[in-house]
Design a protein around this ligand. Structure first.
Ligand code: ZN
Length: 132
């Protein structure tokens, strides 16, 4: 794995949280993007080399809506950049980690992504991402 690419934060409303994070980071939101397949709307900020990704559910039954219902708003995942997601997925699987998707899937920000089950990573949802 290479650097931390971004940190994902689950929020109830991008309308509220975009201005909040613009104030916090003193940096404008530079992109918003809907990921239909995941039922999320995302908003991105730069923080040095890393990014902050805000995630708002676009569906009351979506995965982020259910997460917020259970745990409230807050830290949702940490994403690491990888050079070859297939190789890294294979390596982690061999190490005993559980992949939440068996094939890389399209994520926000022109990435291929794969998530690891938090049960095996001290409760932290880990995302692998590779630039498409
Ligand atoms: Zn992410």
């Amino acid at each position: 794995m290479q650097k931390v690419e971004h940190i994902g934060i689950a929020v109830k409303s991008l309308g509220t949280s975009i201005p909040l994070f613009e104030k916090l980071l003193n940096s404008p939101c530079y992109k918003t993007e809907a990921v239909e397949s995941e039922k999320v709307n995302t908003a991105f900020f730069k923080s040095g080399e890393a990014k902050i990704e805000l995630l708002e559910s676009s569906d009351p039954e979506g995965i982020i809506a259910r997460y917020i219902e259970k745990k409230g708003e807050g830290l949702h995942h940490i994403a690491f950049e990888v050079q070859n997601i297939i190789v890294e997925m294979k390596r982690l699987k061999e190490e005993g980690f559980v992949l939440l998707n068996e094939d890389p899937k399209p994520g926000a920000d022109n990435k291929l992504v794969c998530f690891l089950h938090p049960k095996h990573t001290n409760g932290v949802l880990i995302e692998l991402c590779q630039e498409k």
